[in-house]
Design a protein around this ligand. Structure first.
Ligand SMILES: Nc1ncnc2c1ncn2[C@@H]1O[C@H](COP(=O)(O)OP(=O)(O)OP(=O)(O)O)[C@@H](O)[C@H]1O
Ligand SMILES: [Mg+2]
Length: 326
């Protein structure tokens, strides 16, 4: 439009000046045209800046939504530091609600140091919700959750979370390199340590096949990886952190049988001498747990070792029979 306007002024103005219809000489007219030409670009910038401002306001709105999101779990500023896990994790009459819906009720559970407790139950029973209470992703609605006899709300959140590693049901990954994703939260991890952790998690082989190896970017939430690869990265992260308490929520659910066996071996190694809470649908992976807790609709309906639960001939036995684990 700028150029068309310029041509029109040049044509019509030139016609007027050349035919001396107006009191303007040729030189002034050229000067006038020069000035007009110079103004076209700034005028264009001005109009695009309006649309940029619109984009900016929209973006700021979305960022503010995140920044102003309410903090549901309060950090206890004067909280105690917990540097080592000494005794046990205790759930005392724990209940949990999402808004008004009761998800967990009357949970009484003790996880002794060095023991493995498995949570089983149908989908939606509240297993992940129960496990998420330990790192305080949510706070209990009633009852108490104690570690070494002290309510976890009295600990500093940072030191509490330092004690645990979680392999979540949905891998939490960031748009960054593989190495950085494995080393999340461990600022001074060396590449050799990251590689060792990846080897244990059976991830090293697929990583070195990527074009940039450990420096490959994995896309938003790890979208450039397969489900099993994502899962192995989060297992490697847990291996690298090497914490006293482990929470594994369906850690091997996206792996094929062969990799599952390899990763399960690695996980078993990782779990020895450690306190773990394991959630699994595939019951063969948890049959050696020290205690198996069966949840149904947010309540514990059965508990005991594999053999004692089989002997009880209840819900667990039914699940086992369906999976033909003998
Ligand atoms: N953010 C949320 N808001 C409201 N309800 C939720 C929320 N997250 C989970 N729930 C509900 O809480 C219940 C328990 O969910 P949870 O994720 O603990 O189940 P789960 O036992 O881990 O199941 P699965 O085996 O499928 O992973 C479900 O009924 C679910 O619909
Ligand atoms: Mg779950």
């Amino acid at each position: 439009m700028g150029i068309m306007l310029f041509c029109a002024i040049l044509g019509y103005g030139g016609y007027l000046v050349l035919n001396q219809r107006i009191a303007l000489d040729g030189a002034s007219f050229l000067g006038y045209l020069g000035l007009f030409y110079m103004i076209i670009n700034p005028a264009k910038t001005l109009s695009t800046s309006f649309s940029n401002m619109q984009k900016g306001t929209a973006a700021i709105g979305r960022i503010e939504e995140v920044l102003k999101a309410p903090v549901v779990v309060d950090e206890n500023i004067n909280g105690k530091q917990i540097d080592a896990f000494a005794g046990k994790i205790e759930f005392k009459n724990v209940g949990f609600k999402y808004e008004d819906v009761e998800i967990l009720k009357n949970i009484n559970l003790t996880v002794e140091k060095g023991k493995t407790v498995a949570l089983v139950g149908s989908s939606g029973a509240g297993k992940s919700t129960l496990a998420d209470l330990v790192p305080r992703f949510h706070d209990v609605s009633s009852g108490e959750l104690l570690i070494d006899g002290i309510n976890i709300k009295d600990y500093s959140l940072h030191s509490l979370r330092n004690l645990l590693s979680i392999v979540t049901q949905e891998p939490i990954l960031f748009n960054d390199t593989i190495a950085n994703n494995i080393a999340l939260g461990m600022r001074d991890a060396k590449l050799s340590e990251i590689e060792d952790a990846a080897k244990i998690a059976n991830a090293h082989n697929f990583i070195i096949q990527k074009e940039d190896g450990y420096q490959s970017n994995i896309g938003d939430r790890g979208s450039k990886l397969s489900g099993g690869e994502r899962q192995r990265l989060t297992i490697a992260r847990a291996v690298l952190k090497n914490p006293p308490i482990l929470i594994l929520d369906e850690a091997t659910s996206s792996l094929d049988t062969e990799s599952e066996r390899l990763v399960q071996d690695a996980i078993n190694n990782l779990m020895s001498n450690r306190t773990s809470i394991v959630i699994a649908h595939r019951l063969s992976t948890i049959r050696h747990a020290d205690e198996i807790v069966v949840l149904q609709n947010g309540e514990i309906v059965e508990r005991g070792t594999h053999d004692s639960l089989i002997a009880q001939n209840g819900f667990y036995k039914k699940l086992v029979d369906m999976q033909e684990v003998r």
